[in-house]
Design a protein around this ligand. Structure first.
Ligand SMILES: *[C@@H]1O[C@H](CO)[C@@H](O)[C@H](O)[C@H]1NC(C)=O
Ligand SMILES: *[C@@H]1O[C@H](CO)[C@@H](O)[C@H](O)[C@H]1NC(C)=O
Ligand SMILES: *[C@@H]1O[C@H](CO)[C@@H](O)[C@H](O)[C@H]1NC(C)=O
Ligand SMILES: *[C@@H]1O[C@H](CO)[C@@H](O)[C@H](O)[C@H]1NC(C)=O
Ligand SMILES: *[C@@H]1O[C@H](CO)[C@@H](O)[C@H](O)[C@H]1NC(C)=O
Ligand SMILES: *[C@@H]1O[C@H](CO)[C@@H](O)[C@H](O)[C@H]1NC(C)=O
Ligand SMILES: *[C@@H]1O[C@H](CO)[C@@H](O)[C@H](O)[C@H]1NC(C)=O
Ligand SMILES: *[C@@H]1O[C@H](CO)[C@@H](O)[C@H](O)[C@H]1NC(C)=O
Ligand SMILES: *[C@@H]1O[C@H](CO)[C@@H](O)[C@H](O)[C@H]1NC(C)=O
Ligand SMILES: *[C@@H]1O[C@H](CO)[C@@H](O)[C@H](O)[C@H]1NC(C)=O
Ligand SMILES: *[C@@H]1O[C@H](CO)[C@@H](O)[C@H](O)[C@H]1NC(C)=O
Ligand SMILES: *[C@@H]1O[C@H](CO)[C@@H](O)[C@H](O)[C@H]1NC(C)=O
Length: 662
């Protein structure tokens, strides 16, 4: 029985109403053969990954309001990801471009990997889903067309605003995010369906892999979750963190993830959790199952545990330490600084609950997130099953032991637009006696009642950057009076940064020039093993030497000079009381050095025009906020290019000098 072609669209509409992709797909194996329903023609002709988004229904939510564009609606929709191609799709990722202020409340069959907890606002920028529990989609060929293995379904519910009926709040687009696939623009089908067929990108050179699972990915920070021992009901996992980015770094990290199958952490080695609260276990399924377990001994029962590194003094503790690469007190350094400290390891004993008591029922936790004090922001993907990690045999024989199962989580550094910094830079130069301070509110402003968060910061006399912002006001006002600068009312808000860096052009002469860099720590805690990186545009090739710090040109990153304190000066102390706290303002921790540059390799460089200022500055991997302008040389200000401005430098140097330049 042939089905007439014209019937197809009608059938598809019916399917949308009933919307069960299951029986649709059964039809495809038996070419038009007596099956009543047929998939959309696009699916029939797709030989890649076929995505659909079907808007199912919505119901008005409270509060009911007159303004239709502000009314909240509860919506339901369903997505399908079908592998209609010849190759298995591993770790699928699908982007949905929500655009109607959607708030996602639940996603069955998938996890949102953009980090936010549900309910999550996804309506501005959309969100990416990864499959859970079905992360991989086999081919029709390998499964004899078993729809359950070749197709994943995502059931979405959420809240959405506006779009008056009969309008349908559809996403802007849907697409597959996996490497090596390309998707045309998604097509609307009727009013409430969207579909797209993504095909293998022929230009994309897939690396030939002989592995059973996906190859390991590069990530600025990667985690490996290795199951080392598996028992009935519980297993031992080891988590390895590797810092792969030249400017990546973490201090006092907190790691969190989400258990998907009711697991809990019985014990840990090399790390601990801040809270030990057994109530979630005792009153939950775990408590019913493990009747005789003493839950007061259990490390952590939270669905989203917060894990922290152990301090170094526990490294030799036979109960919680004694692991290679453990117990760094939450510090992870770039490999350039110390290869051995760019890795951290901890272990955990995970207890499972029915129905996962089977020794082989292993599921890694999802939605990994890591935070630290001053460091870059990391965004992590979903765990991907990779080939088991090989460990050298502990007995020293030339044998390797394989993990039982391994997953990798890859995280990349992101810099969200408009994000507040945690450090800032001020600019100054020998040819101008005013310092351009850090931007107003560079690191955020909470209290803006008495100050102006939008105003430009006031230019300062050199000595003013040595005192806390709160004590600069009088100096700034006096300076403005002398220099006839305007005084905004209300005054500009502070920068509120814990760390600030002054970049001062020290000299400019025929063959070269020098810059002096001073780090200030206004926090009350110290930075051990600090590092700073500056990116220079034109001036980079001329970099010669750094006095009293250890400077290196970064091989991987462009035009970046990386520097750290030499042993003995790698400690940036915190802010302390002045010598007479009643009279003197508090004193920031300081480190200072001078860099010299030659002009031989950078012909045409114009320091007076601003070529000597950095284009980016990082402190401990965190990008610092830069001033929006540079000091200018006014015409009346006379300096020979060969002479050092002894007067200005003299004052600044006298005040800034600590124990340096001996
Ligand atoms: C209706 O709500 C929208 C979105 O909240 C708002 O932009 C608009 O100004 C409102 N219109 C009226 C008439 O209140
Ligand atoms: C959407 O992205 C823009 C720019 O990337 C960002 O400023 C904004 O905060 C994002 N919105 C949400 C809700 O994440
Ligand atoms: C370890 O880190 C904590 C903060 O997370 C800090 O209070 C403590 O002083 C650090 N210990 C050492 C030995 O550095
Ligand atoms: C731990 O033991 C090693 C080797 O015995 C030693 O070098 C190290 O200093 C010890 N660490 C601590 C924190 O005691
Ligand atoms: C300077 O830094 C480089 C790269 O981190 C390192 O190899 C070298 O040992 C350091 N030198 C000193 C004196 O600390
Ligand atoms: C354990 O699970 C595996 C697959 O997950 C299955 O093949 C095996 O039969 C199960 N064993 C028992 C005892 O249930
Ligand atoms: C880590 O978590 C603890 C406890 O919740 C908190 O006190 C600490 O500030 C967190 N540290 C960071 C860097 O977020
Ligand atoms: C991180 O970047 C690498 C390529 O630079 C990419 O392959 C990987 O998928 C990214 N990971 C995440 C979680 O975005
Ligand atoms: C360096 O710059 C080149 C060209 O501008 C760019 O292709 C490359 O990705 C950059 N590398 C890094 C590590 O930023
Ligand atoms: C610093 O000075 C304040 C008073 O200004 C005092 O309360 C505090 O104890 C002092 N701290 C130290 C460490 O001396
Ligand atoms: C510095 O500012 C703080 C906070 O406003 C104030 O308590 C302190 O007295 C000031 N110190 C001096 C020396 O002005
Ligand atoms: C110093 O630079 C500032 C900001 O660029 C400018 O407003 C000021 O006029 C300059 N002062 C002199 C004396 O050149």
């Amino acid at each position: 029985m042939e089905m007439p072609r014209q019937v197809f669209p009608l059938v598809w509409v019916l399917i949308l109403l009933g919307s069960c992709m299951n029986h649709v797909c059964h039809g495809q194996d038996y070419e038009d053969d007596s099956t009543p329903a047929a998939p959309p023609p696009e699916q029939e002709s797709c030989n890649g990954i076929f995505l659909t988004y079907n808007f199912m229904e919505r119901i008005k939510e409270y509060p009911r309001i007159k303004n239709a564009s502000a009314q909240a609606w509860a919506f339901k929709s369903q997505m399908t990801v079908l592998n209609a191609g010849l190759e298995e799709l591993k770790a699928w990722k699908v982007f949905v471009g929500f655009q109607h202020n959607e708030i996602l409340v639940s996603a069955g069959g998938a996890v949102s990997i953009d980090g936010e907890d549900l309910p999550a606002k996804v309506g501005n920028n959309g969100t990416t889903f990864a499959g859970y529990p079905q992360a991989d989609l086999k081919t029709s060929i390998d499964t004899a067309g078993d729809i359950n293995q070749i197709q994943a379904k995502i059931e979405l519910t959420g809240t959405q605003f506006g779009v008056k009926p009969p309008g349908v709040p559809m996403p802007k687009t849907i697409r597959l995010q996996n490497d090596g696939y390309k998707c045309p623009a998604a097509r609307r089908r009727g009013t409430n369906a969207m579909l797209v067929c993504c095909v293998k990108d022929k230009k994309h050179k897939a690396k030939k892999t002989k592995t059973k699972f996906l190859p390991r990915q590069y990530g600025d920070l990667t985690f490996t979750y290795d199951v080392l021992q598996a028992y009935e009901g519980n297993y031992l996992a080891q988590v390895t963190m590797d810092n792969n980015h030249p400017l990546g770094r973490l201090d006092h990290w907190n790691l969190t993830w989400e258990w998907m199958r009711g697991e809990f952490i019985y014990s840990m080695r090399g790390a601990y959790t801040h809270t030990k609260d057994p109530s979630e276990c005792i009153y939950g399924v775990a408590g019913q199952y493990y009747k005789d377990l003493d839950f007061s001994q259990v490390m952590n029962c939270h669905k989203k545990p917060v894990i922290a590194d152990l301090p170094a003094d526990r490294a030799n503790d036979t109960k919680v330490g004694k692991l290679p690469y453990c117990c760094r007190n939450g510090t992870l350094l770039p490999a350039l600084m110390d290869e051995s400290k760019s890795r951290s390891v901890f272990q955990l004993q995970v207890y499972k609950i029915p129905p996962d008591m089977n020794r082989t029922a292993l599921t890694p936790p999802q939605r990994w997130k890591i935070h630290g004090v001053i460091n870059p922001e990391y965004k992590c993907g979903a765990p991907i099953r990779v080939d088991p990690t090989e460990f050298p045999d502990p007995s020293g024989l030339q044998a390797t032991t394989l993990a039982i199962a391994s997953w990798q989580v890859s995280c990349n550094i992101t810099r969200p637009k408009g994000k507040e910094s945690k450090c800032c830079v001020s600019f100054s130069a020998y040819y101008n006696d005013s310092i351009i301070p850090c931007n107003t509110c560079a690191c955020g402003c909470e209290d803006t009642d008495k100050c102006n968060p939008k105003a430009h910061p006031m230019l300062l006399p050199p000595e003013a950057i040595l005192v806390p912002f709160a004590n600069r006001t009088a100096k700034a006002k006096a300076w403005a009076k002398i220099k006839r600068y305007p005084v905004p009312n209300p005054m500009p808000c502070p920068d509120n940064c814990g760390v600030s860096i002054n970049w001062h052009i020290n000299s400019d002469y025929k063959q070269g020039w020098t810059a002096r860099i001073t780090l200030f720590n206004w926090d009350d805690f110290p930075f051990e093993d600090w590092f700073t990186a500056v990116q220079m545009k034109k001036a980079f090739p001329g970099y010669e030497k750094l006095y009293s710090f250890n400077g290196t040109k970064l091989p991987q990153a462009n035009n970046t000079i990386f520097f750290q304190g030499i042993p003995g000066m790698n400690f940036l102390v915190g802010e302390t009381n002045g010598s007479n706290p009643l009279v003197d303002p508090r004193v920031p921790g300081k480190q200072q050095s001078v860099m010299s540059f030659t002009k031989k390799t950078t012909p045409g460089i114009n320091i007076l025009k601003g070529d000597g200022f950095p284009s980016k500055v990082f402190f401990n991997g965190e990008e610092c906020s830069l001033p929006t302008s540079i000091p200018i040389r006014s015409l009346g200000y006379r300096f020979g290019t060969n002479s050092l401005p002894v007067v200005v430098i003299g004052i600044v140097t006298f005040l800034l000098m600590t124990e340096l330049f001996h």
